[in-house]
Structure formats: structure tokens, C-alpha cells
Design a protein around this ligand. Structure first.
Ligand code: GRF
Length: 203
């Protein structure tokens, strides 16, 4: 893998499909985000995102939790693995585990988490489906996507960026998912681009 000493280094953590990872890889390759993805870590074996990393010639690591393993011990191992790539930022892009301080304190203010809902709304899994059901029950007008600096809570922490996503009466869960993922990709790429440009002016 080529290493560009002047470009900020991103480590991306995933658990599945990796469409957000792909958006980052494409934006880095096109120079939209002035950064390089130096490694991908998946919490799950067989995640499609691992294949996306390999296709881009990027180190693809699998680090699942072992049966009965202590959470802090797992997070410390994960932090050691991530730290070995010397990241400027660690991006949680579809990473499906809550990280404890054993991980977060190793990368203060340098971890970012994408969540497919607005801050404080529908934390945890199935956020898009829960927003879709809430729309049908009580007619909320929009859901959204947020990009956060995670704390130890579930999809909580200081907000870097957020964007509303409207809900329409003819929406299906699939159409809402497609619209929301498109917003997520854009929000994450735009925010990373801004952060990386600020990083460039500091060095
Ligand atoms: C995204 O909606 C992300 O916000 C959520 O899980 C989904 C992962 O999608 N945490 P992908 O793996 O990036 O395609």
C-alpha cells in the first residue's frame, strides 16, 4: 500500500456492508478528501467492507470479540491494533459496537461516529426502521443523519455535523434507507474533507 507522508491518516472501523467506507475510499482517491485510508478493521468476519478495502489495496483486519471476552480487554486490544497504524482520525462507519473509554481515551477527540438519525433520536440499531415506524404512527416530519465525536453512550457525544432527511407519505423503508444512506455518505465526506483541510493548515 502506498503511504503519503503528508496526508492525514484515517483508520476506518466497520461491521458490514461498508458503503460508507466506499464513499470515503472514493473521495480520498478523487482527492475530495485530502487524506489516506491506511487500514480498515471489521468487528465481523466476512463483512463486505473488508473486500472493498482489499480491492483498494488497503490493510483489511478482522477483529471480532471472543466468546466471554471482557469488553475493556477487547477495546484495549482494538486500540492497540488501530494505534499501530498511527491514525490522525478513527472513523466509525457502520461499526456496530459501543466503545468504552479503554478505546476512546487512546484517541481523544480523534474518533468520529456516523449515526443514521438525528442527535439523540433513535440511538442504537435499526434507527432508520424505527424512524420509518414513528412516521407512520405519529407522523414525525423528518429523521436525519449525524456525525458525532462518540462518548461511551449509545450514539451520543458532541455533534460535528447533522442533516435532516424528510419522510414522505409514499416512502417505503427501502426508499427511506436509500435517501438516508446518500445523506450519510455526503455528510461524512464533507465533514472529513473540512477536518482534513484544517489539519493541512496546521502542519
Ligand atoms: C450506516 O447507516 C451507519 O450509519 C450505521 O450502519 C450503517 C452501515 O452502513 N451505523 P455501511 O456498512 O456503511 O453500508
Amino acid at each position: 500500500m502506498a503511504d503519503y507522508p503528508l496526508l492525514p491518516r484515517l483508520v476506518v472501523l466497520i461491521s458490514g456492508n461498508g458503503s460508507n467506507l466506499q464513499a470515503i475510499l472514493d473521495a480520498c482517491a478523487e482527492g475530495v478528501i485530502p487524506a489516506q485510508v491506511v487500514a480498515v478493521v471489521s468487528s465481523k468476519r466476512g463483512a463486505l467492507g473488508l473486500e472493498r478495502a482489499r480491492r483498494a489495496n488497503i490493510a483489511a483486519n478482522v477483529h471480532p470479540i471472543s466468546r466471554g471476552q471482557d469488553r475493556r480487554e477487547y477495546d484495549t486490544e482494538l486500540a492497540d491494533l488501530v494505534a499501530s497504524y498511527q491514525p490522525d482520525w478513527v472513523v466509525l462507519a457502520g461499526w456496530m459496537r459501543i466503545l468504552s473509554m479503554a478505546f476512546l481515551e487512546r484517541f481523544p477527540q480523534r474518533v468520529q461516529n456516523l449515526h443514521p438519525a438525528l442527535p439523540g433520536m433513535f440511538p442504537g440499531t435499526h434507527a432508520i426502521q424505527r424512524a420509518f415506524e414513528a412516521y407512520r404512527r405519529v407522523h414525525i416530519e423528518h429523521t436525519g443523519a449525524s456525525y458525532l465525536v462518540p462518548d461511551e453512550g449509545v450514539d451520543s457525544g458532541p455533534v460535528l455535523a447533522q442533516e435532516d432527511v424528510p419522510l414522505y407519505s409514499d416512502d417505503t423503508l427501502e426508499s427511506l434507507e436509500t435517501r438516508l444512506h446518500n445523506v450519510e455518505h455526503r455528510l461524512m465526506v464533507t465533514t472529513l474533507k473540512t477536518l482534513c483541510l484544517q489539519h493541512e493548515t496546521r502542519i
